[in-house]
Design a protein around this ligand. Structure first.
Ligand code: G4P
Length: 194
């Protein structure tokens, strides 16, 4: 997605060979017009999958997921990473290890909102090692629903998340695929920008 790649080049900061900061438009400050364009793109990529629900994870997955839900006309559920005062019963959970943060967390979704008949699209902001997306897939499968696709805003293709998700056999679409962050430069899978 050209608009997204341009934004990464113009407003992203390479923090290390592994980490890209995109607080200016995705992870802290949010660019609503970009999110709308991202939602439209995901909706078009998955329009033939019969999606009935979108599942994402707090917090940075919520904005692109909501815009996609708006376009597809379906509800959006976000998995919680912290315990909620009101969300205590009928929980589906998965344990997610973050290689980036070296932390283990339990993510939770209420079973109330996902049924066996649902065709679910998973949306997340970053794909690094794929653990968050795999946790969401596990939760959807525990509900007996169908995982009908996975949409990622920024994929770090040099980490192993993409192959982890491809192995699950679901349709995976990433809007920007980063081949390398070496030397402070963002290289996309197809082209080089300085
Ligand atoms: P994984 O799910 O693909 O295995 O990813 P990992 O555990 O390595 O990443 C954990 C957190 O770090 C996630 O955010 C993920 O979005 C974020 N992350 C991973 N790589 C990058 C990167 O290069 N740049 C940025 N900006 N974030 C990265 P989170 O802790 O869930 O945060 P948030 O969703 O609440 O913002």
């Amino acid at each position: 997605m050209e608009l997204l790649k341009q934004k990464i080049i113009e407003e992203g900061t390479v923090l290390s060979d592994e980490v890209l900061k995109v607080d200016a438009f995705l992870n802290h400050q949010i660019d609503p017009e970009l999110m709308m364009a991202i939602g439209n793109e995901f909706a078009s990529l998955f329009q033939n999958e019969g999606i009935t629900k979108i599942v994402t994870i707090e917090s940075s997955g919520i904005a692109p997921a909501v815009m996609t839900g708006l376009k597809l006309g379906v509800p959006v559920i976000f998995a919680r990473k912290r315990q909620s005062l009101t969300l205590t019963e009928n929980l589906l959970t998965a344990s997610v290890y973050s290689f980036t943060k070296k932390t283990e967390s339990t993510i939770a979704v209420s079973a109330t909102h996902i049924s066996k008949n649902d065709r679910v699209l998973v949306i997340d902001d970053f794909l690094a090692n794929g653990q968050a997306a795999k946790g969401l897939v596990s939760i959807i499968e525990q509900a007996g629903a169908n995982v009908s696709g996975i949409g990622i805003v920024i994929e770090k293709s040099f980490q192993n998340g993409r192959s982890e998700l491809d192995e699950l056999g679901h349709k995976v679409e990433s809007l920007a695929r980063i081949q390398s962050l070496t030397g402070g430069q963002v290289t996309f899978l197809e082209e080089v920008h300085s």
